[in-house]
Design a protein around this ligand. Structure first.
Ligand code: NOJ
Length: 717
């Protein structure tokens, strides 16, 4: 049936039902009276019979039960649409998004999203609340783990890859799910890095840094948008007129907008809505089509229509958006969208998926430091595995959907599988929570470190220290881990540390004591195997940081694309100059910058040549960067091109990524990586809010913010 015809047949109450979403548990309760926390929603059986969407259903059986029950009671036979946070895998878990961003690779990202979509769709999920594209620069904020890091260009690139992967060629396909880009916008600007906190951001900053990745995701076909929780410039994002205008008017986004969890209900708590009716009116008037897990639309929209505050045409438009999405997914033909419990079981953790998760984890890892310790030889005599993460299964990371800790490979399992059990000794050494000061395991750790040929020290922060609602003020290694590291490294200098983390950590102390540090992020199901392959050189690290690592927590936010100051003082060590923009007790530069990441091989940057030294309107400029793999390992390199606009009408970032390419080189191989730039490559927002580029000098640089190999100037005409 035509969607518009269908809408004409619906009662106002049925229409409002399409604009609501509730938890699966509300429907799986055999009792028709809702109990527990859901009782507060005050939903009637009649409401429940018309609900358009359900979240948090985790199996094909549950989905079918809810869907069948619903369709049996719905004369119009409009299927429910099922949504879930499928963020970095469904049951087979791959690295957290911040880790995936460090791969700088669309291909692996797309493949991983495809895998997640297949497992999720078979399990009864039709939409994922991903990708999250918040621009982030404060590592205290726990949700940086879900993001693409501190560079909008990279975030947008990774988001598009995820969307291609989740959607596949055709949304009706039984291994495809639709996407909901979030959190619109500036959720990552939460003051003091504290989740849900307010954000103040100029329009220029929003447009320059926070909005581009959303636009990239929408251009890549994202099917939904979720407004953020926070109050932005004084008005909650759900009802923020600036954001509404950009999304619906400027960008013409005419698909579904869904509130975040209880975000419409929380308009009262923000103090911008007098009561539930006011909240419903403001949210609906801001074209927030669907309400997630509060019930103001059910309670108040009918009355608002009766009173003329909301027109039925407005309701119809929102309903049409929701029904069009259901149509796109083919739900009217197959309300299960191909979900099949047996098929799901066969896909979960199958060899192909494990292999992909392992490859992704090797690509996400970043070698932060290596003074010749890594890789270890496979024919090594003995290895001591030390630290609270050495035999830890909880390394999937937050937002792991249906993933299970016990199905995750630990480092110990991975190393034992590679070397054989007899070569490996293990001591936990200490705990990893912030208040665990138990040092009773130190002696044993030092003892086995002394007698081993090499030490793998496995440290980090627990996986529930990042993710939603999990923020920290001190982002060092929690507890006494750094002390353990010092003692172990003194006992055996042939020590490499691997780190598990959901955010950049302040690792200055560790960096002082340990010769090699490999950041695994939260690597997912195959983490231990991936770590073993990297440590013993079966895989070569190629990840580059998508987010800078601070020297100390107090440096946050520290990020590479900051604007300059008139009193700059960029040092690694504390040396306050007085009346300069610096600290008395810490250098300004991050410990490891965005773009940083070492390899086991050595890449030589032979030259950078430009096709011209001027660039006119409508013209093109080719930048050729010649590199050589001068080391012994076949490896990938991410060639990065940065710019600096030294004189402009507004203060520009001291450096900004304009392009990058990842390429593989065999030992001894040389390659030229080319970038084609146009004047549009150098655009920025001016004070009038115009996207523009201005005449004058531009400096182009290759390498990474830690170290540039070449700098060349061009003149924009
Ligand atoms: C709240 C989170 O902010 C959002 O990212 C998520 O998609 C929803 N809950 C649904 O779980």
């Amino acid at each position: 049936m035509e969607i518009k015809e269908l809408i004409q047949k619906m009662t106002l109450h049925q229409k409002i039902g399409q604009l609501t979403q509730y938890n699966a548990r509300v429907f799986l309760n055999d009792d028709s009276v809702i109990t527990g926390p859901d009782k507060k929603l005050k939903l009637t059986d009649e409401d429940l019979a018309t609900v358009g969407s359900v979240l948090n259903s985790f199996s094909a059986d549950d989905m079918k039960k809810i869907q069948n029950q619903h369709l049996a009671g719905d004369p119009l036979k409009i299927p429910i649409i099922f949504m879930l946070d499928v963020i970095h895998g469904y049951r087979t878990i791959y690295p957290i998004p911040l880790g995936m961003a460090c791969s700088f690779e669309a291909e692996i990202t797309e493949q991983c999203a495809r895998m997640a979509a297949a497992e999720a769709a078979a399990s009864g999920v039709q939409v994922t609340f991903a990708p999250m594209v918040d621009y982030v620069k404060d590592a205290r904020w726990g949700r940086v783990m879900e993001s693409g890091g501190e560079e909008p260009l990279l975030t947008g690139y990774m988001a598009a890859a995820q969307i291609r992967g989740f959607h596949g060629d055709d949304l009706t396909g039984d291994s495809s799910i639709a996407t909901c880009v979030k959190h619109f916008a500036a959720y990552g600007a939460a003051e003091a890095g504290r989740d849900y906190n307010m954000a103040e951001c100029s329009e220029r900053e929003l447009r320059q840094f926070y909005l581009p990745a959303f636009k990239a995701a929408i251009d890549a076909g994202a099917e939904m948008v979720m407004p953020a929780f926070e109050a932005l410039n004084g008005v909650p994002a759900t009802i923020n007129p600036f954001l509404h205008n950009v999304l619906r008017r400027e960008w013409g986004f005419d698909k579904v907008v869904i509130s975040d969890y209880n975000a419409i209900g929380e308009l009262l708590k923000h103090g911008v809505a007098a009561d539930e009716k006011d909240a419903a009116l403001q949210a609906f008037s801001s074209e927030c089509d669907m309400e997630m897990c509060s019930a103001s639309y059910f309670h108040c929209l009918e009355e608002l229509v009766r009173e003329g505050a909301v027109s039925e045409e407005q309701i119809d438009r929102a309903v049409e958006r929701v029904l069009r999405l259901k149509e796109k997914l083919g739900l009217f033909e197959d309300p299960y969208h191909g979900a099949d419990g047996k098929k799901a079981e066969a896909l979960y953790l199958c060899e192909k998926h494990r292999e992909l998760a392992k490859r992704a984890a090797t690509k996400a890892a970043v070698l932060l430091k290596n003074d010749g310790v890594l890789p270890f030889e496979e024919n090594i005599g003995s290895v001591a595995l030390i630290g609270p993460f050495a035999d830890e299964h909880a390394i999937k990371g937050f937002w792991s959907c249906a993933g299970r800790d016990e199905e995750t490979v630990t480092v110990r399992q991975g190393v034992e599988a590679l070397l054989g059990k007899n070569k490996v000794r293990f001591a936990r050494g200490c705990g990893y929570t912030w208040n665990d000061e138990d040092r009773s395991g130190f002696d044993e750790a030092v003892r086995i470190a002394k007698s081993a040929d090499a030490v793998i020290l496995c440290l980090g922060e627990p996986q529930n220290y990042s993710g939603e609602g999990n923020c920290r003020t001190d982002i060092g290694l929690p507890g006494v881990q750094e002390e353990l590291a010092r003692l172990v490294a003194e006992a055996n200098p042939n020590t490499a540390a691997i780190i598990f983390n959901g955010r950049p950590l302040a690792l200055t102390g560790l960096d002082r004591h340990i010769s090699a540090i490999l950041d695994m992020w939260f690597p997912g199901t195959e983490g231990g195997n991936a770590a073993a392959e990297l440590l013993f050189g079966r895989a070569v690290p190629s990840g580059k940081l998508a987010m800078s690592f601070p020297r100390s927590s107090g440096q946050c936010p520290v990020y590479y694309n900051h604007t300059g100051t008139a009193r700059p003082h960029w040092t690694t060590e504390a040396e306050s100059r007085g009346y300069a923009s610096d600290y008395i007790d810490c250098g300004n530069l991050p410990l490891y910058s965005f773009g940083h990441g070492l390899s086991y091989t050595e890449f030589e940057y032979i030259e950078m040549t430009l096709s011209a030294d001027t660039l006119a309107e409508g013209g093109e400029l080719t930048v050729n960067i010649r590199i050589k793999n001068a080391g012994k390992f076949a490896a990938d390199e991410v060639v990065q091109l940065y710019m600096r606009d030294p004189v402009a009408s507004v203060v520009r970032p001291v450096q900004q990524l304009v392009a990058f390419k990842k390429t593989g080189l065999a030992p001894g191989e040389e390659k030229t990586v080319s970038f084609t730039l146009t004047p549009e490559s150098f655009v920025f927002y001016d004070t009038a809010g115009r996207l523009t580029h201005e005449k004058g000098k531009i400096i182009l640089m290759t390498g990474c913010p830690d170290h540039y190999y070449y700098k060349e100037e061009i003149e924009l005409l």
